[in-house]
Design a protein around this ligand. Structure first.
Ligand code: PLP
Length: 424
């Protein structure tokens, strides 16, 4: 797609021509003991801290110090409705309508709350379909939902698996599962971008297929939000959940996002777990009224949220609002394409990239299998100043993040890998 060239000068030139290169300066880049920047490739685990985050969090600390409880109404950004300050820009990031999005709780908690509403098993239709290599937390969550409803979690779980000697999942295999078991499946719950392979699924295709067989469909977009164009509304998915500490750079354990499709926004018959924050804002503090649920995703909130975490999310989303997902994904494709180009120079005997090669089927992450690679290889990379992620049995995951990783980062990373491999 791009005409990549070898050598360090080409990397420098790509950075010079990159309209987003100045964003790197707006982040704290972790450094080694000598004070030079590490090559940080783990934005898929924990995104880096924007330099503005401190200011946003301090604002709330000061308002709390000066105003006490009045901060709910009198703070610069009144806490009572603070979450609504995040809605517009979060909706844009995930391609949703504002009524479909809310920031609340943490990721796995949201997954459970969504399943309270959208996993409604009957005696004959009770199974859950997930991808075979789902993120462990998601697998544990769906298994416990099955048990919670009195089903056996082994019998109740259907796995969408790669074929023998393959790494990626095929849609025709999903279709075959549905042809055979479609009427038994209550819920399809897939990681929108698989955390291990980096495969970005066609959410619309999966949803359409699932709905055709009468299943509800939800996605865990932890590895998608802020990384790829999710177009959640158009996908037609019933729900989605994601965290904000990976590509959304909002700090360890920060609050999570939740999407409920507009078609469910006014459905008060849906079973759900509620709290005072899902109650009509106008009468919330009368405290004596019958429960009156808010429309849209807000109606799934339970608690008044931690404002300090929301302030960190606001700092990050303000940056996403400024850049926009379009420019971000354009750079991302170029950056990851360059990474792939350089890795291929190391030889396909040595390196196998298990992430799809088609740009529309992946985000920024590449999952790399190194022949005879082991934990020691990862250790050497770490010693050489590369922060990457090792997943047993033999995969190194690297995510060049377009907001703060440079083309030079990618160049230097591959040079270091080359050096380590040739000294073996
Ligand atoms: C990161 C991640 C999680 C982590 O869940 P938390 O509840 O935030 O601890 C769960 N699922 C997926 C797919 C993830 O990528």
């Amino acid at each position: 797609m791009y005409d990549y060239k070898l050598g360090p000068d080409f990397a420098k030139q790509l950075d010079l021509n990159d309209a987003l290169s100045h964003y790197r300066n707006q982040f704290h880049i972790p450094k080694n003991k000598q004070g030079s920047d590490l090559i940080y490739m783990t934005g898929n685990s924990l995104g880096l801290q924007p330099k503005t985050t401190k200011k946003y969090v301090n604002q709330e600390l000061e308002d709390w110090a000066n105003l006490g409880v009045e901060g709910h109404f009198e703070a610069k950004n009144p806490w009572l409705d603070y979450h609504t300050l995040l809605t517009q820009s979060m909706a844009k990031v995930v391609g949703a309508k504002p009524i479909e999005v809310v920031v609340m709780n943490t990721l796995t908690a949201n997954l459970h709350f969504m399943m309270v509403s959208f996993y409604r098993p009957t005696k004959t239709r009770y199974k859950i379909l997930i991808e075979s290599d789902a993120f462990p937390s998601d697998k544990y969550a769906v298994e416990s939902q099955l048990r919670h409803h009195g089903f056996d979690h082994k019998d109740g779980l259907i796995l969408w698996k790669p074929r023998k000697n393959e790494d990626l999942l095929r849609y025709e295999d999903l279709e075959n599962i549905l042809k055979t078991h479609g009427n038994d499946i209550a819920l399809i719950m897939i990681g929108g971008v698989n955390y291990y392979t980096g495969q970005f699924f066609n959410l619309k295709q999966i949803t359409t297929l699932g709905h055709k067989y009468g299943c509800l469909v939800g996605f865990d977009c932890a590895h998608g939000a802020g990384n790829v164009n999710l177009d959640l509304h158009d996908s037609g998915a019933d729900f989605a959940v994601w965290c904000t500490y990976k590509y959304l750079n909002s700090g360890p354990g920060s609050l999570a996002g939740c999407f409920v499709h507009e078609r469910h926004a006014y459905n008060t018959d849906l079973n759900r777990f509620t709290g005072w924050w899902s109650h009509n804002k106008k009468t919330r503090f009368k405290m004596r009224d019958e429960f009156d649920v808010l429309p849209g995703a807000e109606g799934w909130q339970l608690s008044n949220p931690p404002i300090l975490s929301m302030a960190a999310i606001k700092a990050s989303l303000d940056m996403f609002e400024e850049v926009g997902m379009k420019k971000l994904t354009e750079k991302s494709k170029k950056l990851t394409g360059y990474f792939e180009f350089l890795l291929k120079q190391l030889g396909t005997d040595t390196i196998k990239i298990i992430t799809p090669s088609k740009p529309e089927q992946r985000g920024c992450q590449l999952s790399i299998q190194v022949k005879n690679g082991d934990k020691n290889l990862h250790h050497k990379l770490t010693e050489a100043g590369v922060v990457s992620d090792w997943r047993a049995p033999n995969v190194i995951r690297c995510a060049p993040v377009p907001l703060y990783n440079s083309f030079e980062d990618v160049y230097r990373l591959v040079e270091k890998l080359k050096k380590i491999l040739s000294s073996k």
